[in-house]
Design a protein around this ligand. Sequence first.
Ligand SMILES: [Zn+2]
Length: 383
Amino acid sequence: MYERLWAETKPLYNQLHCYTRTKLNQKYGNAVQPTNGPIRADLLGNMWAQEWGNIYDVVAPKGVGDIGYDLTDLLVKKKYTPEQMVRTGERFYTSLGLAPLPETFWQRSQITRPQGREVVCHASAWDLDNKDDLRIKMCTKVNADDFVTIHHELGHNYYQRAYKDQPYLYLNGANDGFHEAIGDFVALSVTPEYLVQIGLLDRNKVPSPDKDIGLLLRQGMDKVAFLPFGLLVDKYRWGVFDGSTPPGANNQSWVDLKRQYQGITPPVPRSEADFDPGAKYHIPASVPYARYFLARILQFQFYKAACDMAGWKGPLHRCSFYGNKQVGQRLNQMLAMGASRPWPDALEAFTGTCEMTARPMLEYFAPLQGWLEQQNRGKQCGW
Ligand SMILES: [Zn+2]
């Protein structure tokens, strides 16, 4: 299933890779980034080259690429505090009819980095007593990335609370892709129209439909670019665990997988004296990673189902189901099942289908894919 989902999405990734490589070549020249072969990892604006949104300004097409607002700027200009950002995230969930977070959440969470002691800043969500003691642990900064991360972490908390009455062994997501997908699916609803509804964006600043390619490219640089990385982290680890990657090839195997799946190459020679995979939090922390790949696919399935329920008629990427109680009720039915049923049953409870599929993700990005194919015409894509 894992391979099938990747096969469904790979043509879209290849187009994005091809287009991004051309733009990087134009910016840095042949000596730094040739027009063919893999992309140099250090040019993509992310330490693991896993999400490329940070270099959106490099790839943004003239005119339609300027989507007219920057979420980080909006948050800063409106003087949002980290706690206000979390309150705003909570309000999305309560708008669906789900209960507010308990008072202890606000007393006991770590929302910003504490002074005078070391903490792990990697964002996480916790349910300490399997009842009501929900918390997040973050070092929130006032920016767009953390705004989305807040929705993600709260998705974990809302899931945890929804299934708290299940027997002990079922206190979990339907599969761990589900747990990672809930908050992301909610964050897909952070559309320009939603930002207007919550007073962050002026109505006259909502990007016109000709800016949709810009909006989608900005999303795709994160969501689509991530797919092969999400796939390869556990492939790497499984190779180490089952011995097919010998101890003397711990770094080379990582470099090879990044080249094979992502089309990414390190900027300098690597050797077994390096341990690049160790720089990815989830490797030393032993956190499974296939969940993030599955979540990328699932979140669009959930999103499409919610938008259908809400009666949305426009292009999928403009849909926001903020405030829709029917979506909230159906969502809660799925969440409350926890791990008590096989995951296809949980999927069916919310989306009406028991099959995991990338089709909604491809529908979301269809206008972008067509546009990328045009831009890449005549180019030798692939690596
Ligand atoms: Zn998570």
